[in-house]
Design a protein around this ligand. Structure first.
Ligand code: APR
Length: 238
C-alpha cells in the first residue's frame, strides 16, 4: 500500500455525479445531446431569452436537489479528511455545479464553473445562496433591482472562477487525480498536461478513456462509485 501522498489535486467532472442520477454532458443521451448549449449556456442566450435560460437552470437545480451523493463523493470526502489528518492536503476542484461533493461530506470544494445553488445580480454583482427557482421578477436582495438575477454559473465564453487558487494548488501538488471528466473543456482540460510538465504523477479515474487518456501515468476505468473508493483506499486514505 502506497504511503499517503501529502498534497493531492483532484479535478472532478459530471461523471462523478452520473450514478447519482445527474446527467453528463457528452455521453450518449447527455445534456448537450438533448439541449443546445448555445441557446441555454451563453451570456448571449441569456440576453436574448432570459426566461428560457432561467427555466433550464431551475430544472437543473431541482434535479440536483433531488439527487443524493454516491459512494464516490463520500470516498473523496473521506480522502480529503484523511489527507489533512496525515498532514497533507487534498484540493478538490470541480467542474460540477451540483452540491453533491458538499453533501457527500467534502470540506472545501472549489467550483470553477459556479454553483446551481447560487444566484447573482447582474446589476450589483451580489452573489447569494439560492435553492428555489430564480425568476426575473424577483428583486436582488442586495440592491433591490428587478430583472437582474441570473444563475451564478460560468457559461461558455465566460471566465471560470478561482483560477488563481487552482493554479497555486496545482503547482504545489504531488499527485493529480482526474475523476469523471471527458477532458474536453479548457482550462480544466489542460490541467493534466500542466501537471505532467511539472513532474506531478497523474491518474485518471473514469468510466472509459477520456480525450486526455494518454497523459496519465495511471488509469483506472469503471463506475466512479467503485473505482474512486478503491483508488483512495490504495493510498491509505480510505
Ligand atoms: N463513473 C465515472 N465516469 C463516468 C461515469 C461514471 N458512472 N459516467 C460517465 N462518466 C464519464 C464519461 O466517460 C465522460 O468521460 O464522465 C465523463 C463526462 O464527460 P462530460 O459529459 O464531457 O462532462 P465534463 O467533462 O464534466 O464536462 C466539462 O463541460 O459543458 C461543460 O460546464 C460543463 O462542467 C462541464 C464541462
Amino acid at each position: 500500500m502506497a504511503s499517503p501522498v501529502p498534497r493531492i489535486f483532484v479535478l472532478t467532472g459530471a461523471g462523478i455525479s452520473a450514478e447519482s442520477g445527474l446527467g453528463t454532458f457528452r455521453d450518449r443521451g447527455g445534456l448537450w445531446a438533448r439541449f443546445d448549449p448555445m441557446r441555454l449556456a451563453t451570456p448571449e442566450a441569456f440576453a436574448a431569452d432570459p426566461d428560457t435560460v432561467l427555466d433550464f437552470y431551475n430544472w437543473r437545480r431541482r434535479n440536483a436537489l433531488a439527487a443524493e451523493p454516491n459512494p464516490a463523493h463520500r470516498a473523496l470526502a473521506r480522502a480529503q479528511a484523511r489527507a489533512a489528518e496525515a498532514g497533507g492536503h487534498l484540493f478538490l476542484c470541480t467542474q460540477n455545479v451540483d452540491d453533491l461533493h458538499e453533501r457527500g461530506g467534502a470540506g472545501a470544494v472549489v467550483h470553477m464553473h459556479g454553483e446551481l445553488l447560487k444566484a447573482r445580480c447582474t446589476g450589483c454583482g451580489h452573489a447569494f445562496g439560492r435553492r428555489d427557482d430564480i425568476l426575473r421578477a424577483q428583486p436582488c436582495p442586495h440592491c433591490a433591482r428587478t430583472g437582474t438575477l441570473r444563475p451564478d454559473i460560468v457559461w461558455f465564453g465566460e471566465m471560470p472562477m478561482h483560477l488563481e487558487a487552482i493554479d497555486a494548488a496545482l503547482t504545489r501538488a504531488d499527485l493529480f487525480v482526474s475523476i469523471g471528466t471527458s477532458g474536453s473543456v479548457y482550462p480544466a482540460a489542460g490541467y493534466a498536461a500542466q501537471a505532467r510538465t511539472l513532474g506531478i504523477r497523474t491518474c485518471e479515474l473514469n468510466l472509459e478513456p477520456s480525450d486526455n487518456a494518454g497523459l496519465f501515468d495511471e488509469t483506472r476505468y469503471g463506475p466512479a462509485s467503485e473505482v474512486v473508493p478503491a483508488f483512495f483506499a490504495g493510498y491509505g486514505l480510505g
